[in-house]
Design a protein. Structure first.
Length: 372
């Protein structure tokens, strides 16, 4: 099984209204990029000694990793190479905000050894971006994707969010037109989740924005799936589409039950049934590593039953589905019910979602796990 390294960069220039990730704007932390990088390098050193695994995938997420620049991100990758080491065909991804990128940035990433770029586009509609509190202009994500391709990146992803309050079907179609004009090989599309405690949640509670509707989510998903699949993309996970060879190997590692070390403030990791989460505050993270301590805030050991449930939960989101033998006797009647209903298919010993079932898969998984 592949092994990955995830690195969390906790910095953002501004806070988006829908975001509840572990991120900090300059006014919210006393940490600096340099202090963070020093601490991160120490964590990677300690982790490599503990785990002793070669990384097959690396994913730098956030937050806004591109705020560190190509030099900062290259410094992270160099430390991973010198501690964990990388397999010969390692996939190395970084997320980037279109507004903090440039042709020189992408050229620097490529020279440092990155193989894949994921750009946060969200939408090509100015009103939708305004509701999301995104800072980039509608065309910037597409231009950034083209810059990445000109720098030599074969694998480029654009992230979309659908179901934003005030968004229309035409807004979604406009975003898809923009995505396809960028000639990328991967697209992620996630329904907006309004998290408690965010600025957007407060606006909805006060009636300043309409609440998202489940039926709207389903309609928008069908628009996205139909358009991307007509354009040569194939879904391989419910919210992810790729052209042949463009699948994100690091994310597949998560969905297929692989192991990874999560580094950085608030990062989660999973190694041989040992799950942990790092402390969230950058200042505390840096203090612990300065004292040569792992910056871990909580741990748990996953039981056989928990591992079994997670394999079903994650595996059924993949196009390939799961082996029927994974489903216990108590739940097979539930599976058969959903097969009869056209939501699941059972072919050659594998169970997987039908096209209709992709819209309902979360509820199906809940049914199966409840019966287990």
């Amino acid at each position: 099984m592949s092994f990955g390294v995830y690195v969390h960069v906790p910095f953002c220039a501004t806070r988006c209204g829908y975001c509840d990730f572990n991120t900090y704007t300059p006014s919210e932390t006393e940490s600096s990029y340099e202090a963070y990088l020093v601490a991160l390098e120490k964590e990677l050193e300690l982790a490599a000694e503990k785990v002793g695994r070669t990384a097959d995938t690396v994913f730098v997420g956030g937050g806004t990793p591109s705020l560190l620049g190509a030099d900062g991100l290259g410094r992270i990758l160099t430390r991973i190479k010198n501690t964990f080491s990388l397999s010969n065909d390692a996939e190395v991804t970084t997320e980037s905000n279109p507004e903090s990128t440039s042709p020189e940035y992408f050229e620097g990433l490529k020279a440092a050894g990155f193989t894949r770029v994921s750009l946060g586009m969200q939408s090509a509609s100015t009103p939708v971006l305004k509701v999301l509190d995104r800072q980039h202009t509608p065309g910037r994500a597409v231009e950034a994707a083209k810059e990445a391709k000109r720098a030599g990146f074969e694998h480029v992803n654009l992230d979309l969010i659908y179901g934003t309050p005030t968004e229309t079907d035409d807004d979604v179609r406009k975003s898809l037109d923009a995505v396809l004009s960028a000639d990328v090989d991967h697209v992620s599309a996630y329904s907006l989740i309004v998290e408690d405690g965010t600025a957007m949640a407060r606006k909805i509670r006060k009636g300043q924005l309409p609440a998202p509707e489940e039926d709207v989510y389903a309609d928008r998903y069908e628009i996205i799936a139909d358009r991307l699949e007509s354009a040569g993309f194939d879904w391989y996970e419910v919210s992810n589409w790729a052209k042949p060879g463009g699948e994100c190997r690091h994310n597949l590692l998560y969905w297929q039950g692989g192991n990874w070390w999560g580094a950085g403030p608030g990062a989660h990791g999973y190694v041989e049934r040992f799950r942990y989460v790092n402390v969230k505050r950058p200042e505390k993270y840096e203090q612990m590593l300065a004292a040569n301590e792992f910056p871990i805030d909580g741990t748990e050991t996953i039981s056989d039953d928990e591992e079994h449930f997670e394999k079903i939960m994650l595996g059924l989101r993949l196009k390939e589905g799961i082996p029927r033998e994974w489903v216990g006797e108590k739940a097979r009647g539930v599976v058969d019910k959903h097969v009869r209903g056209g939501v699941l298919a059972d072919v050659a010993g594998r169970i997987f979602a039908t096209d209709r079932g992709r819209l309902l898969i979360d509820g199906v998984i809940t049914d199966i796990l409840a019966a287990e």
